[in-house]
Design a protein around this ligand. Structure first.
Ligand code: HSE
Length: 439
């Protein structure tokens, strides 16, 4: 059988990796897919660079429209990123009857509903394994491997840059700014590092996973997002002393009141496997009602790890493109007309535990006042530690770990605690998740 033709939009890091993997493993890939998979046209602004990577046998153009309308192209791989041009080209490729493989998490988190609807109308596939956690086959696992389960929750380290920063801060005792500079020098951060450290990149990815896990539409605008820029070495150290690590987690959870969808720094017990994921690596825990907790670990970015996912999608599309669209795996794992409108919970209604750090005057009655405020709001204390004051100082740091409580109650408590005359400055609040297999 003749090979299937692929058009590539953008031959940057991931595009180059895709080209290399397809070429190096072409024989095995063809044995798996049932026919060869060949990139026959590439669009990139830098024609010289594209020519250098792809050699003489591939058509190179600077006009992306040539790719999405090319009559011989069956699958378009979109690797240009961003929402504007990428969206236009993806929709145009679909309109022209092309299947699409994309690594673009932002595009799907924001416009997935529209894109999947267009694809369904045209009977084409949009595959996006590379959009979440690079080389880890988490989309495949959620959509197919765990399909027997009612998914209960997902918690993931899904941004390598911020995990690298937190690891370096903990291991080397360095400050946030110094480590961010190092991450940028090493080329880990997104073009706009605010997406990494502000939690937006992780919010894109948790939006996609929540949609597939629960059969709900993409709702990026409802994700509560808090980044790592305000974390201090002090909090990382104090958490460590209490047996916890701080990680930037994307979390989504099914509760009787609705679905939690949030990204924020989180204390997790140091002995959990996921707490020991260091540097730029990604890891995701998925809890299913039948299987229990499962853990997926691997490279969340980089040329060939991400290409591994892109090529897996190419093989899937190659195997399935002649099948009746009704018999394919649905884009969001659930049949498109059977998506659920179960609401996303506002952050104020989310129930979790908390780490609080505050500085107080070291004098009688201060702890009693704080305990009373917490008790009045029905917040139960799990642990409380008073640090030794520095020599000659009459101020001390207090660390409080709470049991499960509703976010709006902790917010009220913090306002009241900050009002106490003996409390100096602001209260630092970091959420805490046990991630235990029991709930
Ligand atoms: N900037 C992302 C990260 C790359 O740090 O994980 C992959 O989405």
């Amino acid at each position: 059988m003749k090979p299937i033709n692929v058009g590539l939009l953008g031959i940057g890091t991931v595009g180059g990796g895709t080209f290399a993997v397809l070429k190096r493993n072409q024989e095995e890939i063809a044995r798996r897919a049932g026919r060869g998979i060949v990139i026959n046209i590439i669009a990139d602004r830098d024609i010289e660079k594209a020519r250098k990577i792809a050699g003489e046998d591939t058509l190179i153009t600077s006009d992306a429209n040539d790719v999405v309308t090319h009559p011989d192209v069956s699958i378009v791989v979109e690797l240009i990123g961003g929402y504007t041009t990428a969206k236009e080209l993806t929709l145009k490729a679909i309109e022209n009857g092309k299947h699409v493989v994309t690594a673009n998490k932002a595009l799907l988190a924001l416009h997935g509903t529209e894109i999947f609807a267009a694809a369904q109308r045209k009977g084409v596939m949009v595959a996006f394994e590379a959009a979440v956690a690079g080389g880890i086959p988490i989309i495949k696992a959620l959509r197919e491997g765990l399909t027997a389960n009612r998914i209960e929750w997902i918690a993931g380290i899904i941004n390598g840059t911020s995990n690298f920063i937190l690891s370096e801060m903990r291991n080397k005792g360095l400050g946030f700014d110094a480590v961010l500079k190092q991450a940028q020098k090493l080329g880990y951060a997104e073009a706009d590092p605010a997406f990494d450290i502000g939690g937006i990149d992780a919010a894109h990815k948790i939006t996609i996973m929540a949609a597939i896990a629960f059969g709900i539409p993409m709702q990026f605008d409802k994700v509560y997002t808090e980044g790592i820029a305000k974390l201090t070495g002090e909090d990382i150290r104090y958490a460590e002393e209490l047996g916890y690590r701080i990680k930037l987690l994307g979390i989504t959870k099914r509760t009787p009141k609705g679905i939690e969808l949030r990204v924020h720094p989180t204390l997790i017990p140091s002995q959990r496997l996921i707490a020991n994921v260091e540097g730029v690596m990604n890891a995701i825990v998925v809890k299913g009602d039948a299987v229990g907790p499962t853990l997926y670990y691997g490279a969340g970015a980089g040329a060939e790890p991400t290409a591994s996912s892109v090529v897996a999608d190419l093989v899937d599309v190659t195997r399935m493109h002649t099948a009746d669209p009704k018999n394919r795996v649905p884009h969001l794992a659930f049949q498109p007309d059977l998506l659920s409108d179960i609401p996303i919970l506002p952050m104020e209604e989310v129930e979790t535990s908390y780490y609080l750090r505050l500085r107080v005057m070291d004098k009688p009655g201060v702890l009693a006042d704080i305990s009373r405020i917490l008790a009045d709001l029905d917040i139960s204390i799990g642990a409380m530690v008073q640090k030794e004051p520095n020599q000659g100082e009459d101020q001390v740091d207090i660390i409080i770990l709470t049991h499960l409580t509703v976010e709006k109650n902790i917010n009220s408590a913090i306002i009241k605690i900050e009002d106490l005359p003996a409390v100096i400055g602001r209260v630092t609040r970091i959420r805490l998740e046990e991630l235990s297999s029991n709930h």
